[in-house]
Ligand binder design. Sequence first.
Ligand code: CAA
Length: 283
Amino acid sequence: MAVNSIGVIGAGQMGNGIAHVMALAGYDVVLNDINEDALKKAMELIQGNMDRQVSREKISAADRDQAMARIVATQDLPQVAQTDLVIEAATEDESIKQKIFDGLLPHLGAETILTSNTSSISITRLASRTDRPEKFMGFHFMNPVPVMQLVELIRGIATDKDTYETCLGVVQKLGKTAASAEDFPAFIVNRILMPMINEAVYTLYEGVGNVNSIDQSMKLGANHPMGPLELADFIGLDTCLAIMNVLHDGLADTKYRPCPLLTKYVEAGWLGRKTQRGFYDYR
Ligand code: CAA
């Protein structure tokens, strides 16, 4: 199936990154959010990130201007439904995602492929509640989207070959690399990454190290570009906790038990960079 236009639902850090790379690759993008301020902020961030790419000579000023002109920001969900491929990139909360799909489905074109950027939730279950499980799959980007090379593609039990190949073609047009993952909790990247982050929080909780020594150890000792606590702040502690809960519930193994300190930070509203406070203080 030919894809010319992409709908992105959710203008947060993943959604604005997805809109950014899709527009640069030549797709017409409809970026949707219920919150007008979030849309405004997303367009400013995309502009700023593209400006940085121009200043580092990764793209030309003309590329940037054409890409920005391809993005339409709207609060109108039915407008998104008119695109060829929709990527839902809302909060990692199944009930929120479900509400979005319920609102979208009555307007969705018969041929439109529906995908979710979920980092952990069952694609088969999300698909089963739509009218098109064969045209539904996981399309999971990494943060920051313009920089990270990988996209995980996750087929639900009913996803058909054409849907998978169409999504694979889009990943290739972005110049990124697809990893095909089976539909089990948190897929590949987060199945491995989140227990490491959770273990770093336990290391802090148990007093084995402090925030700086834990992050420095993994940066200098394991050559990670960011320490695990810095990375948790970057991803969002609420997202990290949500993914650990999916692993814990879905695999029923105590090794995935979220660290109580992670839960406490989320309860405090200390969600990392996006709230200016997490394991680090950004205020
Ligand atoms: N948009 C466009 N370009 C960006 C960008 C953005 N949002 N953020 C960074 N960049 C670019 C910079 O312009 C710079 O480009 P050049 O190489 O051309 O100079 C490059 O990325 C490196 O950026 P910086 O020099 O500012 O900073 P850095 O060297 O410290 O790298 C980083 C920043 C790329 C974020 C790096 O620290 C890193 O790779 N961190 C780990 C990120 C990671 O693990 N992501 C996966 C998270 S897990 C996930 O996303 C899955 C999930 O479901 C939770």
